[in-house]
Design a protein around this ligand. Structure first.
Ligand SMILES: CC(C)(COP(=O)(O)OP(=O)(O)OC[C@H]1O[C@@H](n2cnc3c(N)ncnc32)[C@H](O)[C@@H]1OP(=O)(O)O)[C@@H](O)C(=O)NCCC(=O)NCCS
Length: 208
């Protein structure tokens, strides 16, 4: 029970920002007016009604991450395939799928499950972890990664592997900063192009 509460709290956090609104020129006469703006950020399992918003987050984040990396036609094809229907089916199947929601808007997602390459010594895999461009670089990726790893651990998958395209320097820096070790390199065909992929392994227990 305690672990459940801990996990729940790990996935829900609130950012308070104090904002000074029009300070009075004479502080002795009137106090400054301070307003408290509350931003609710949550990481939770996807629900059926999230499908359209996840498709939008997928579209925006993939375009930003892979424009100029994956050949244009191939990228468009990959994005078009992942419309709301695709996501609805994934949610119905019960796939590991978390969403990052900020002020009731889905701005990122992760998918995860059993490692697809069973010969490698990692039981779990994070298949995808994507944030819309305007929400990157604010610490949300790290949180989504940690909650995803905790979800995997709850199913007994204590170690995790993640693949990223070698040309995706942002992802390589991110997984490196999170403590991942590069453990394999492989080639994958995208349309007419062969691209390199790098696997990062995580053995230590997921961060709380
Ligand atoms: C990769 C991604 C998930 C990272 O999420 P994020 O919220 O931007 O990253 P965070 O702010 O949580 O950063 C976590 C750590 O990674 C580092 N990092 C993140 N982006 C970085 C970059 N572009 N260059 C160098 N370091 C970076 C941060 O400095 C931070 O390290 P620190 O805490 O030790 O300072 C996000 O940028 C994204 O969605 N990118 C596009 C999609 C993508 O490439 N997904 C991965 C596909 S496998």
């Amino acid at each position: 029970m305690q672990a459940r509460i801990k996990r729940l709290l790990g996935g829900l956090f609130i950012i308070f920002s104090l904002q000074r609104m029009g300070t009075c020129p004479n502080d002795n006469l009137r106090p400054n007016i301070v307003s408290m703006v509350k931003t609710i950020v949550s990481i939770r399992h996807a629900k059926l009604e999230d499908a359209s918003e996840i498709a939008l987050a997928h579209d925006a984040s993939w375009r930003e991450a892979y424009r100029g990396v994956i050949p244009g036609i191939e990228l468009e094809r990959m994005i078009a395939r992942r419309g709301p229907e695709w996501w609805r089916a994934a949610i119905l199947r019960g796939s590991g799928l978390l969403v990052l929601e900020i002020d009731e808007l889905i701005v990122g997602y992760s998918t995860f499950g059993r490692n697809r390459v069973p010969t490698m010594p990692y039981s779990g895999e994070i298949f995808e972890l994507y944030l819309m461009p305007q929400y990157q670089g604010l610490g949300f990726g790290r949180r989504l990664f940690n909650v995803s790893r905790r979800e995997l651990a709850a199913y007994g998958y204590l170690s995790t592997i993640v693949w990223a395209l070698a040309d995706n320097s942002k992802a390589l820096s991110f997984y490196g900063r999170l403590g991942g070790q590069t453990v394999r390199q492989a080639e994958e065909r995208f349309g007419d192009n062969m691209l390199s992929r790098v696997a990062f392994g995580f053995i230590s227990a997921p961060a709380l």
